[in-house]
Ligand binder design. Structure first.
Ligand code: DQA
Length: 145
């Protein structure tokens, strides 16, 4: 059965492509999301990006209304600060994979802590845009052998 996945991107990720390309690469957010649609045609994606914490909470609630099978969440800087986003993930009870383009554990200390990770199914970080592909694969049905 086709999976419905909501992909939520937080603050400053709208600037991908021009924002610190040495860390985040040169792909724009549109190129990233178009790539996912192309590589996973069987998945019904909803893509949401916002720079505002409350809008990101709303996006998580929308995933519930849309009966999403999963959420892929790059909360960006809010990863490290937001009790509201953590509570939203807990509230909707939709399996959520936290993703990061960069390896947050190889960066500044303040990026090592995620308030959201403990309520997620898993975390994928450090593989650039491929982090999102790996997160989609985490929702694919298990293969045998
Ligand atoms: C990020 C890592 C965060 O620490 C940072 O604030 C971001 C992007 C990433 O995808 O690597 O904005 O979530």
């Amino acid at each position: 059965m086709a999976k419905k996945l909501t992909v939520i991107n937080g603050p400053n990720l709208n600037l991908l492509g021009e924002r610190e390309p040495g860390i985040y690469g040169t792909l724009t957010l549109k190129e990233l999301t178009d790539g996912l649609k192309r590589r996973f045609p069987e998945v019904e994606f909803t893509f949401i990006q916002s720079n505002h914490e409350g809008s990101l909470v709303d996006a998580i609630h929308q995933a519930l209304q849309a009966n999403a099978d999963g959420i892929i969440l790059n909360a960006a800087a809010y990863t490290h600060t937001s009790v509201a986003l953590r509570d939203a993930v807990s509230a909707v009870k939709i399996p959520t994979v936290e993703v990061h383009l960069s390896n947050v554990h190889a960066r500044e200390d303040f990026r090592h802590r995620s308030l959201i990770a403990p309520v997620c199914k898993g975390v994928i970080a450090g593989f650039g845009p491929k982090s999102y592909d790996l997160a989609v694969m985490a929702f694919q049905d298990d293969v045998n052998g």
